[in-house]
Design a protein around this ligand. Structure first.
Ligand SMILES: Nc1ncnc2c1ncn2[C@@H]1O[C@H](COP(=O)(O)OP(=O)(O)OP(=O)(O)O)[C@@H](O)[C@H]1O
Ligand SMILES: [Mg+2]
Ligand SMILES: [Zn+2]
Length: 273
């Protein structure tokens, strides 16, 4: 897990240990907008906010014990850290099954929910596909990922079209990105098969090579993905990814490749001719 964290830190580009506090130019005092946090009140109303409970009266040994609030705080801090390390954009961290209008994609929503319920760390992945835009693929992929995050699973989100650019920029740590994509316990790949607008052919080829390697590694190590794509036909998958990568992608999501074909674009729901 520590290895994973350091890789993801590289991916984040903001290694917290390198973030320096703002210093007062006149002195060597650290500047704070607000004073350093005092103890917050205990959420269980038991301790003085320090997280420690004094020994009960008359206890001959006199040992202090941890208050129940510390466990909850640690748990919350861990979930916050997982959400941050997932690199999910804030708009996607908000997506839930609850906010999804099921009537628009009933079968698909039920299947995605069922996938989450049967999830195991080395079980099958999930692939949501359709040529149609705005039908809820990314929404449901994010809702699934957020449910896993809330259960403590480490997730890494990658917007595939962004990847081509990142892979050729030194300051984006291409090797770390690829390694993190290979090793993340759960990898969300949004918009598989898309490249950046107007990307040169050699960059597309590099992206295809990386996707192939990532899919191969994850298949061999039984590591699940959550993928979305606008590819809708076998031919378009083969053309965009190559036959071997397509085969691995569907193999990884065995039984859980869910088509959203024929649904209406939610983004255009207010559109009138
Ligand atoms: N059934 C739904 N209920 C509520 N919101 C929805 C529903 N379907 C889509 N949306 C919303 O519409 C927007 C577009 O949906 P989403 O991004 O999931 O579509 P998509 O299928 O991934 O589209 P694209 O193929 O263009 O990537 C999002 O803001 C999403 O939350
Ligand atoms: Mg999408
Ligand atoms: Zn307490």
């Amino acid at each position: 897990m520590d290895d994973q964290m350091s890789l993801l830190k590289g991916f984040l580009g903001t290694d917290p240990s390198k973030v320096k506090p703002c210093r007062d130019p006149e002195g060597d005092q650290e500047l704070y907008d607000t004073p350093p946090a005092e103890h917050l009140p205990c959420e269980d109303g038991k301790c003085d906010g320090s997280g420690m409970l004094p020994p009960p009266d008359g206890d001959p040994v006199g040992r202090w014990s941890h208050c129940s609030c510390t466990k909850k705080q640690r748990q919350r801090a861990r979930l916050e850290r997982l959400a941050k390390q997932s690199l999910m954009p804030p708009g996607l961290l908000e997506k839930r099954f609850k906010g999804f209008q099921v009537a628009r994609a009933r079968e698909q929503a039920k299947r995605v929910r069922a996938w989450v319920d049967q999830f195991t760390p080395h079980g099958p992945g999930l692939l949501l596909y359709s040529r149609e835009n705005g039908v809820g693929k990314t929404h449901l992929a994010a809702a699934a990922a957020n449910t896993l995050l809330s259960k403590g699973h480490a997730v890494l989100f990658v917007l595939v079209p962004d990847l081509a650019g990142k892979l050729v920029q030194r300051d984006e740590h291409p090797q770390e990105i690829v390694q993190a994509m290979m090793d993340a316990p759960v990898l969300v790949m949004d918009d598989i098969g898309q490249s950046e607008e107007g990307a040169a052919e050699w960059r597309r080829a590099e992206l295809r090579r990386v996707l192939f390697n990532v899919l191969t590694h994850r298949e061999q190590n039984h590591l699940p993905i959550i993928g979305t794509t606008n590819l809708g036909t076998k031919r378009s998958f083969d053309d965009a990814l190559g036959k071997a990568a397509t085969s691995r992608l569907f193999g990884l999501c065995d039984g859980w490749a869910i088509s959203f074909a024929g649904l209406e674009d939610y983004r255009l729901r207010g559109f009138q001719e």
